[in-house]
Design a protein around this ligand. Structure first.
Ligand SMILES: [Zn+2]
Length: 354
């Protein structure tokens, strides 16, 4: 996805922020980081056990975080550690980005340690890709800089690309064969740094067009989490080219859309709609409204699982996690009061409707 700092201030800020990457990625002492200390996340926090055992279905919570590949600031990592501490029953689905490893001067062991500081054992390690120039070039792919989400053009040889650039470039501009190289490099890089080998994917800017889906499926991924209800994006990016692309790509996706099977050139994927979008775009009340709409869907047929997906970005976690945490508190309180079996899950618990 794209985060609010990037969105609200346009492409200038990320370029400026790159200047401090060396300090963010390599020079900040890891000793300064508090170790992740959340309790075991093995308990699911489900309520209404009787309902669950007799009726089978659950209201499933998917909490996702998109790692944009831009920076790994202490305040954001600490905010994610706090989320784990406050909600030990929540398993976070991390869409990890290999772009951090390809920044100029990045020290892989330091990057990996900072990423792991925000990941707990019960969490899922998935994959996120933005159109970063250095990442694509590391995969042997010639960078493309136009058009961006905002209708602008990036000059690969311009000042804006000296450190790195391309977060706002939709990766659907590339061929499926080119994308396979980037997906493979990303998977290999993350795995080599003990960050798992992803089975799930979310595309930068939600731009998982068919050629992107073909590439991730061909590289062995199973779950695709990019379908988004564009109604949540209209206020903040409604005038941008990105909005029109997404409105076409994910037509019909709503805040109660459920996982479904989607074909690719090879093996099929389970498409998991990001039906509550991400915290940079939605308020606490909108997240609770999405929960309640999906709860109502669940109550229509308690034999079936119903999924509600909410999330945030690593790069803006300190800013937006408070409103997500407020929403989670209200969701858990409501589920408990109404004896709704409500359980935080990872992708493997999600099945496409038959
Ligand atoms: Zn993103």
């Amino acid at each position: 996805m794209l985060d609010a700092v990037h969105r609200s201030l346009g492409p200038l800020l990320p370029r400026g922020s790159l200047a401090s990457l060396a300090s963010l990625l390599g020079l900040v002492g890891l000793a300064a980081l508090a170790p992740a200390c959340a309790a075991s996340s093995s308990t699911d926090g489900a309520t209404g056990v009787d309902d669950y055992t007799s009726k089978k279905g659950k209201l499933q919570l998917v909490v996702t975080v998109d790692w944009e590949g831009r920076d790994l600031r202490d305040d954001n990592l600490h905010a994610m550690q706090d989320l784990h501490a406050k909600f030990p029953q929540v398993k976070i689905v991390h869409f990890l980005n290999a772009g951090y490893f390809t920044k100029h001067g990045a020290v892989a062991s330091d990057v990996a340690a900072r990423m792991k500081s925000a990941i707990e054992p019960g969490d899922e390690k998935g994959l996120h890709i933005h159109g970063w120039k250095r990442l694509f070039e590391a995969a042997g792919v010639t960078f493309r800089g136009t058009p961006t989400f905002w209708g602008t053009n990036l000059d690969p040889h311009g000042n804006e690309c000296i450190e790195d650039c391309g977060q706002e470039v939709p990766i659907s501009l590339y061929t499926s064969d080119e994308l396979r190289k980037v997906v493979k490099l990303s998977l290999d890089t993350l795995e080599a740094n003990d960050l798992g080998r992803a089975k799930s994917f979310r595309c930068g800017g939600w731009m998982a067009k068919p050629n992107v889906r073909d590439a991730v499926a061909a590289e062995g991924l199973t779950y695709e989490h990019s379908a988004v209800p564009t109604v949540f994006l209209q206020e903040k990016v409604g005038t941008m080219p990105l909005y029109g692309w997404l409105d076409e790509l994910w037509k019909g996706t709503t805040h109660v859309s459920q996982p479904y099977a989607i074909a690719t050139a090879t093996t099929g994927l389970t498409e998991v709609p990001d039906n509550g979008a991400l915290a940079d775009y939605v308020s606490t009340q909108q997240m609770v409204d999405t929960f309640e709409a999906n709860k109502a869907l669940y109550l229509q047929d308690r034999k079936k699982n119903v999924v509600v997906s909410v999330g945030f970005h690593e790069e803006t976690a300190a800013t937006y996690l408070p409103q997500l945490e407020a929403a989670l508190t209200r969701m858990y309180d409501e589920a408990k009061a109404e004896k709704i079996p409500f359980e935080s899950v990872t992708s493997e618990a999600l099945a496409a409707a038959q």
